[in-house]
Design a protein around this ligand. Sequence first.
Ligand code: NAP
Length: 381
Amino acid sequence: MHRYIGILGATGSIGQQALEIIAMHPERFKVGFLTAHKNAELLIQQALQFQPEKVVLTDKKAYETVKETLSAHAIEVLFGEEGLRKAIASSKIDLILVALVGFAGVLPTLYAIQQKKAIALANKEVLVVAGALVKEYLQHYQVPLLPVDSEHSAIYQCLVGEDKATVEKLVLTASGGPFRTFSKEALKKVTVQQALQHPNWQMGAKITVDSATLMNKALEVIEAYWLFDIPAHRIEVVIHPQSIVHSLVYFCDGSIKAQLGLPDMRVPIQYALGMAVRLPNQLPRYVFNGALTFEPPDLERFPSLNYAYEALERGGNYPCILNAANEIAVERFLKEEITFLDIYRLIEYCLNHVPYEQQCDIETLQQTDKETRIIAKQWKT
Ligand SMILES: NC(=O)c1ccc[n+]([C@@H]2O[C@H](COP(=O)([O-])OP(=O)(O)OC[C@H]3O[C@@H](n4cnc5c(N)ncnc54)[C@H](OP(=O)(O)O)[C@@H]3O)[C@@H](O)[C@H]2O)c1
């Protein structure tokens, strides 16, 4: 029997790689729906190739283009939040890959869980902002969630067959990004183009900048906390520039388990879509032919990890402030309105100025997100 997959964010880097995996396993997977924000052209191509029941666009102009182009096809074209809900609720869908970026993924993910769909989660910001709520929903609706992020997929795989009580600590690996060896002085002058050159991974613009600031790893520490129920002080980060060891778990007997492979997101995407069943593929294999090195992160030059541990300690809407401030900081950096080091200054300003709330429901989080974005957009260097 086929597993019907819905992809939120099909035109992004993760969405496109997920479609490659689906195309490799036509006997297992079918596409139920695809969504995009603005990229009408690519969504049309994908729709024609994979023939989903529905496609959704959240940008009005893109929606109109796609609706007109696909009018002769048996593919329903939907718009906006209502369209997303209709696609998510479709009875055919078994699993939803959340490959949106940023806060935009929070409501669709919560709704997908309510609809009792299995979740493959790439959109880490969902757990950063609303980890407590997502966990509550998963328990209440009895829905499985599989991580897509390579580090969390690695930890998930290391934990298969293990008793959680025997876990001593989790260690997330980080490439260190393109500026790993830069001095603080050199970091003052880095350009957008340099920040977008990740040494090992081809990814969307936001996560690529997050990797350069190490904010990606900060978000992943918070993500790991919610996924694996491990106290923050037992989640560590190590810099591993080759990105071959995707993460590690230390156990109480001194053993360490790790998952290794080439830096290729199609591997963890396939593991998540397969719901933790290993499927054969012809993807390139890693050959041991050089040193695998590890070093501690430098929190002085790249302070993002400090924000993550602070966010986990404070809880409430603090991680939501961190996330929204970072989203706007990255957006403004990409528009060349602020410098690379301003990203940290802007985030710290928001963390110190947006009112803190301990008790958070979804409305509080939406309000915090909105308020933080306004403050972050107004911030001046
Ligand atoms: N890329 C990777 O290798 C990688 C690895 C690990 C984790 N992740 C995580 O996976 C998520 C996706 O990353 P990505 O690199 O694939 O991002 P991306 O390439 O920027 O793609 C984002 C997708 O979301 C859609 N989108 C953007 N804004 C939207 C909005 N406001 N409403 C609805 N849809 C919207 C985009 O549509 P349009 O194309 O139409 O704009 C696109 O389909 C992120 O949370 C990232 O941290 C990515």
